[in-house]
Design a protein around this ligand. Structure first.
Ligand SMILES: [Zn+2]
Length: 396
């Protein structure tokens, strides 16, 4: 175990209002000292004098907590670029497109799935994502879902069992039998390899009654709850998530006044996935309305091959500010601390003494550049658990 000092930080986002100004807890001209996987101190920059085994000079740049991506589907095979192109040419998005990925994923070897997922994880690190959640959901049979949960577990301790992603073709005329499989044998196979259970509560996927059954079974198996809710239209998903005490209701593109009130009056985080609405030509969720009501908002990539094939949290932040009425501060908070809250973790999404040493040095003097310079790669360096995992080779 060795210590690392990141010195000469021009602007540091701690996400701890007790440490600095505003909700982001901003400090200026400071140094961070990391020891092993943890932050040990945040203090005035000593211009090279901060004691540590190794030292990085941040050159006055902005340092933020690493992005916490609380919603991804990283483990899959196949490519749906043609479906995307058709959609851009006018075809509508429907939940059934998932079955194309299910076919490819079922046919893929474990070695190839592992390699594909690892390369996406590496891509996410280069995009500044230091912690992420990974869902199953592209096998839809017991052994296959277990395989996806196990592969997800090689990337993160926040694995989500999503057997209730879609009714597979072989159960098309008996969906309740599929729900029984998910709640029974499939859950037994997957629960030991997962922390969470999720259900796609949407017209064309699972209705309220089926979704409630899945969540209840997951809770009884000791899993925390998450819900894909209100992506394609108004529906029961958000209020079901709140009623069941889910950690997060994800998408929230279409919300009634009662949905907003339910989220605001609960600990359920509203996780918004604007790259999905971008990629499916849907309206964006009304983040302003949620924040105004007092709901907690997270931003996540929803990285998946059908509706949002991106690992760029910076892109999500830019969309949140440009299209959803969030300030740069709110969007940055939602992509870091908000993601941590959606995963009910206190060790990530903040940079305070004792937190995990997961951070990003931006190639910019402030986080506003994430929005101000859209599409520009501004992730200078990603530090994961106190170790430099990525640094842009041509940036000084
Ligand atoms: Zn999703």
């Amino acid at each position: 175990v060795s210590s690392l000092a990141i010195d000469n930080i021009g602007l540091l986002v701690t996400n701890d209002p007790a440490l600095g100004e505003g909700d982001l807890g901003i400090m200026r001209d400071v140094a961070l000292v990391l020891d092993g996987e943890r932050v040990v101190s945040v203090g005035a920059s000593e211009r090279g004098a901060t004691p540590a085994d190794e030292r990085i000079d941040a050159g006055g740049r902005c340092v933020i907590p690493g992005f916490v991506d609380s919603h991804t589907h990283l483990v899959f095979a196949g490519d749906r670029a043609d479906e995307f192109a058709a959609r851009m040419a006018g075809a509508p998005y429907a939940a059934g497109g998932i079955s194309a990925t299910v076919t490819a994923t079922r046919e893929a070897t474990t070695a190839s799935l592992r390699e594909l997922a690892a390369s996406r994880r590496a891509e996410a690190l280069r995009a500044g994502i230091t912690h992420l959640e990974v869902k199953s959901g592209y096998a839809l049979d017991s052994a296959g879902e277990r395989r996806l949960c196990e592969l997800g577990g090689e990337l993160t301790d926040d694995v989500t069992f999503l057997g209730a992603h879609l009714v597979p073709p072989e159960y098309a005329d008996r969906p309740d039998d599929y729900v029984a499989l998910v709640c029974g044998e499939m859950l037994s196979e997957c629960a030991p390899h997962a922390r969470w259970i999720d259900v796609f509560c949407e017209r064309g996927a699972f209705d309220a009654e089926q979704s409630r059954a899945v969540l209840r079974a997951g809770r009884e198996a000791g899993l925390g709850l998450r819900v894909h809710a209100n992506q394609l239209g108004l529906g029961p998903g958000v209020q079901l998530a709140v009623e069941m005490g889910a950690a997060s209701a994800d998408h929230c593109t279409y919300l009634s006044a009662a949905d907003v009130a339910a989220l605001a009056g609960s600990a359920t985080v509203a996780t918004l996935l604007p790259a999905t609405d971008f990629s499916t030509r849907q309206p964006y969720p009304d983040a302003r309305r949620l924040l105004g009501a007092g709901a907690t908002v997270a931003l996540a990539t929803n990285c998946n091959p059908g509706s949002s094939y991106t690992t760029s949290m910076s892109f999500c932040i830019a969309l949140a500010v440009r299209e959803m009425g969030m300030t740069a501060e709110e969007a940055l908070s939602a992509a870091t601390l908000g993601g941590a809250m959606a995963l009910q973790r206190s060790d990530v999404g903040v940079l305070t003494p004792g937190s995990r040493a997961d951070l990003v040095i931006l190639a910019a003097p402030s986080y506003t550049h994430l929005v101000y310079r859209p599409g520009v790669p501004l992730i200078h360096t990603t530090v994961l658990g106190g170790r430099v995992e990525w640094t842009q080779p041509d940036l000084k």
